[in-house]
Design a protein around this ligand. Structure first.
Ligand code: SAM
Length: 183
């Protein structure tokens, strides 16, 4: 099984603010899984959640790659000091089709998604406020769509360090174990 074709586009980190540990573990887990699957390098999480970070580390240990979840104390500082383009995903922003070409040319992008309530400061701290459609939906959907637009969708293949790889099937499931050091 070949390595997946490297998606083009910028290096991407994701910042999720307003996480409620213990209240919405599934939603933030899906934010992390989506970020990882579509080629982001890390999820900054505010506030942190060690159990969630551990769950995602177990996924990465099986399926490969170096994606990690990092706790963030001061998310405003992270945004101010980020060396790249900061993009806040919000239904109130500019259409994604207008901003995506600029993001594809960037070296490094931080995508910021909110939770139930978004602090107003975020709208001015971000370089771009970007809408994925102009109706309310979900941080998971917004993230998947913008990552697909700026980095493409990774094809099948072995990720570095993976212990398993799946072989795409028209029907059914096929997963192949990878010998240590082969991934
Ligand atoms: N009511 C919240 C607010 O103050 O904006 C939004 C809550 S929404 C359930 C959670 C997150 O999903 C938002 O912070 C945003 O990042 C993302 N989101 C939802 N709809 C979106 C859209 N149409 N475009 C971009 N992002 C969206």
């Amino acid at each position: 099984m070949p390595r997946p074709r490297r998606s083009a586009g910028p290096r991407v980190s994701v910042l999720r603010i307003g996480h409620r540990a213990g209240r919405d573990p599934r939603l933030t887990t899906h934010v992390a899984l989506t970020a990882r699957a579509f080629g982001a390098e890390r999820l900054y999480l505010h506030p942190g959640d060690a159990a969630l970070a551990e769950r995602i580390a177990r996924v990465a240990a099986t399926w490969g790659g170096s994606f990690a979840v990092e706790a963030v104390r001061d998310w405003k500082r992270l945004i101010r000091e980020f060396d790249g383009v900061v993009v806040h995903l919000t239904m109130y922003g500019e259409p994604v089709a207008r901003v995506a070409p600029k993001l594809r040319r960037a070296t490094s992008v931080l995508l910021v998604v909110g939770g139930a309530k978004v602090p107003p400061d975020l709208y001015r701290l971000a370089a771009h406020n970007v809408a994925v459609g102009h109706q309310p939906h979900s941080e998971v959907a917004a993230l998947a769509v913008i990552l697909a637009k700026i980095r493409g969708i990774p094809g099948p293949g072995v990720w570095p360090g993976a212990r398993a790889v799946l072989v795409p099937q028209a029907h059914g499931k096929k997963v192949v174990a990878i010998a240590e050091g082969a991934g």
